[in-house]
Design a protein around this ligand. Structure first.
Ligand SMILES: Nc1nc2c(ncn2[C@@H]2O[C@H](COP(=O)(O)OP(=O)(O)OP(=O)(O)O)[C@@H](O)[C@H]2O)c(=O)[nH]1
Ligand SMILES: [Mg+2]
Length: 255
């Protein structure tokens, strides 16, 4: 399989119709503004329509678009920063404006899988911006905050929105974030599990602060997307929740 080069740099442009950075292919991080260039195929793979302008040596085999959604303050940006940079954004909370993205290339079963991760603004006033990007998302990570009951209660409304705007076969995973905050917790893990079961969505708790399950949440969706796009005829169906449970068990996670 031929290898494509992952973009690097800042402020790549994007198209609201594809949701994929376009024009300036330098962007490993970027803000959505405007531009033309990349093509998203129906199978979710992204093929840059022009060579990378960057000096990046990071090549990839397949690429997918993953979107982070959920109420403002649940920790979407922190989860992404933890995954990308291994750091936690402590201190004052800076709410995302509009939409933002970062790229990360992961090794999944000897394949280089590029995730283009879109960090949406949870604030209501940016909802129409988010709507424009749903249709190109291959996977969605839907977050609530275990210390914020309203963010949990709003999950049903988010699922309705996802049903209305996202692709029918979008890979979806529910994440109860801030699992480290045991003193402030108001949503039990069992409540999250019950809700996820009710809607047939894979689920786990995460912490952008401690790093709990952050890598696993992105690896799990990357695995699912990769299995879907490379599936051999007789291969058994990949089960995301089973994968997550197995990985947590082998990591000795009591969560
Ligand atoms: N204790 C704890 N705090 C967290 C965690 N993740 C995020 N926070 C804090 O929660 C606040 C909001 O985090 P953000 O990542 O900015 O929230 P967001 O979902 O991106 O919010 P919007 O951009 O407004 O949609 C910040 O003060 C973070 O420091 C976590 O896992 N544990
Ligand atoms: Mg944010």
């Amino acid at each position: 399989m031929s290898r494509k080069k992952a973009g690097k740099g800042k402020n790549a442009n994007s198209s609201p119709t594809t949701g994929i950075p376009t024009g300036n292919q330098k962007g490993e991080t970027g803000k959505s503004t405007a531009g033309t260039g990349s093509v998203v195929q129906a199978n979710g793979m992204v093929h840059p329509s022009r060579p990378s302008l960057s000096n990046s040596s990071e090549f990839y085999d397949i690429a997918f678009k993953v979107m982070l959604v959920g109420d403002s303050g649940v920790g979407k940006t922190c989860l992404l920063v933890r995954f990308k940079d291994g750091a936690f954004l402590a201190g004052s909370f800076i709410s995302t404006v509009g939409i933002d993205f970062r790229n990360k290339v992961m090794n999944i079963d000897r394949l280089k899988v590029k995730l283009q991760i879109w960090d949406t603004a949870g604030q209501e006033r940016f909802r129409s911006v988010t709507h424009a990007y749903y249709r190109d998302a291959n996977a969605l990570l839907l977050l609530y905050d275990v210390t914020n009951r309203t963010s949990f209660d709003n999950i049903k409304a988010w699922l309705t929105e996802i049903h209305d705007y996202a692709q029918q076969d979008v890979v979806l995973m529910l994440l109860g974030n801030k699992a480290d905050a045991t003193q402030q917790r108001v949503v039990k893990r069992e409540d999250g599990e019950r809700l996820a079961k009710e809607f047939g969505v894979p689920y786990m708790e995460t912490s952008a602060k401690s790093g709990l399950n952050v890598e696993l949440s992105f690896t799990a969706v990357a695995q699912e997307l990769k299995h879907r796009s490379m599936k051999e005829p007789n291969e058994p169906k990949f089960k995301l929740q089973d994968y997550v449970n197995k990985e947590m068990k082998s990591a000795g996670c009591a969560c």
